[in-house]
Write a protein that binds this ligand. Structure first.
Ligand code: HEC
Ligand code: HEC
Ligand code: HEC
Length: 441
């Protein structure tokens, strides 16, 4: 009786072990096709990964950050290209388009890309992720630079040519749209940071006065001198425009409205550059010090566009300690700093508390103690509305979560494996022990 029971139990254990082995094997076999798919997907994703870098290095200047096209250059994130045949796309990229700005890319046609790399570009256009591509372009510092410029309204711009000295006015309008609009506003009507130039009081000024301001800037204000970047003739054209602005049709120069593109990496770069170059004057959190004003304050951030910030940092503030950073940093680095500073806007205080004496010691000391705490977890919670502002923190959290999950899965798998091994061992042992038991009975 006792023996039959042990026998039964042993048989059951053996059966269980067999079942486990069979199901494991079965699942392994069932997964075979999905594993092949996975391998193919891996190849494709490696190709797509490389193609994003190739795109950033070779194509983004003309086809745009996210393949959206720039000006007359067509978009590549175009559904019509996804359905184009592989061969047609391959030929377009390898040979270029005759008599257009689209160059030939294959080595055979004198270009820099191998056949395999051209296949990768086709893969990008047909299967790629344009948002991820845009991030790659920004991270490599190869974003087509956001121009300060806004394009003048073409119909109104054409009208200006019929005015006396129309060509001079047109030149000035183009310069204004590329160099002045970020601060002096659409149609020269002014912004929160710079006065209107399209204004009777300014028109009343003498040409000499205006020329002097534009050439040398006004010390101690955001108005930098332009003698290094504009010729005497161009400055004269600006003076003509300012004095005759009442003749210029309204709506000709729109406001620049292009936010500087950012990614987690570009913001991290901006943060490093800020710490290395700006924090000693503007404070570690932009709260200001006795040496320089606060940047982390609502008033400044809401009235100053990304492009204006970029221009201020590039040109500096004449006659003050604020250096001309355009001489020592690339445009991409300055844009990274602007992206970093822009993050503060969501949580910027209404009133700056600069680091000047007062009670309780210099505020930047207080801020430093909160910095470490605030920059890490608090940034994730306190500006949960800040959108892109806390993206880096979110991704970091996500990464750590998946890592712990991976560990648990590994542990589970290890546990399951050891249990099934024990069962197999028991099953085999029971089979071996059977004959002697039978004999005894
Ligand atoms: C110097 C600017 C320039 C660069 C750099 C450039 N392209 Fe082009 N590309 C163009 C222009 C302009 C056209 C439109 C040609 C035409 O009018 O047919 C074009 C067209 C194309 C088209 C056809 C689009 C369509 O709708 O028919 C593809 C595909 C393309 N480019 C891919 C690429 C790839 C991939 C790269 C990088 C390896 C690249 N281009 C780099 C300027 C450029
Ligand atoms: C970074 C911002 C910024 C940029 C860019 C800028 N300005 Fe200014 N500009 C100012 C500020 C601020 C003032 C007021 C200075 C003051 O208070 O004395 C000013 C003043 C002026 C004045 C004097 C106005 C008056 O009331 O007397 C002229 C003229 C002028 N700017 C022309 C230009 C021109 C032309 C350009 C482009 C080539 C330009 N500015 C670009 C910020 C800027
Ligand atoms: C040596 C000290 C110093 C350093 C370093 C410095 N700045 Fe400044 N910055 C100033 C001063 C002083 C002003 C105020 C000028 C004025 O009187 O308008 C200023 C003004 C500014 C403004 C305009 C603020 C406003 O309210 O109009 C911006 C933006 C700015 N700095 C950004 C930066 C950035 C970004 C860096 C680092 C790349 C930097 N600064 C490095 C001293 C400095």
């Amino acid at each position: 009786m006792n023996n039959t029971r042990t026998y039964l139990i042993e048989a059951l254990i053996g059966l269980g072990a067999t079942l486990i082995i069979v199901t494991t094997l079965g699942q392994y076999m069932l997964n075979e096709s999905s594993r092949i798919n996975e391998a193919q997907a891996k190849v494709l994703s490696a190709q797509l990964d490389e193609s994003m870098t190739l795109y950033a290095e070779n194509c983004a200047v003309c086809h745009g950050l996210n393949g959206e096209g720039i000006g007359a250059t067509p978009a590549l994130d175009n559904p019509a290209l996804v359905t184009m045949t592989f061969d047609d796309l391959y030929k377009t990229i390898s040979r270029g388009r005759f008599d257009t700005a689209m160059p030939a890319w294959s080595k055979e046609d004198g270009g820099p890309l191998s056949d395999y790399q051209i296949e990768e570009m086709v893969a990008l256009i047909q299967y790629g992720d344009w948002n991820a591509t845009g991030e790659r372009v920004v991270n490599l510092g190869l974003a087509p630079l956001v121009p300060f410029t806004t394009d003048p309204n073409p119909a109104l711009f054409a009208e200006v040519q019929n005015l006396p000295d129309g060509l001079t006015l047109q030149t000035a309008i183009q310069i204004f749209a590329s160099s002045c609009v970020a601060c002096h506003g659409a149609d020269g009507l002014g912004t929160g940071i710079a006065p209107a130039l399209n204004d009777p009081a300014v028109r009343a000024k003498t040409a000499d006065e205006l020329t002097r301001t534009i050439t040398f800037g006004n010390a101690g204000t955001l108005m930098a001198g332009w003698s290094n970047s504009l010729t005497g003739e161009e400055i004269n054209a600006m003076v003509t425009l300012i004095q005759r602005w009442d003749e210029i049709p309204a709506g000709i120069i729109p406001a620049p409205n292009v936010p500087i593109p950012t990614t987690a990496e570009s913001i991290a770069l901006g943060s490093d550059l800020y710490t290395a170059n700006c924090s000693r004057c503007h404070g570690p959190d932009g709260q200001g010090t006795p040496r320089a004003p606060s940047l982390n304050v609502k008033g400044l951030l809401t009235t100053t566009s990304d492009l204006a910030l970029q221009q201020i940092i590039t040109s500096g503030v004449p006659g003050t300690a604020m250096p001309t950073w355009g001489d020592r940093m690339t445009d991409a680095e300055i844009q990274a700093i602007v992206g970093f500073i822009r993050q503060w806007e969501a949580t910027a205080p209404e009133v700056a508390v600069p680091a000047k004496g007062g009670g309780g010691g210099p505020p930047w000391l207080r801020n430093q103690t909160t910095t470490t705490a605030a920059q890490q977890p608090a940034a994730g919670t306190s500006n949960s509305t800040a959108g892109q502002a806390n993206n880096p923190h979110q991704t970091q959290q996500a990464v750590t979560q998946t890592t712990t999950l991976d560990w648990r899965i590994l542990l589970l798998a290890f546990g399951a494996l050891s249990i099934s091994f024990t069962l197999i061992f028991l099953g085999v042992a029971s089979l071996r022990r059977k004959p002697p038991k039978m004999d005894k009975a």
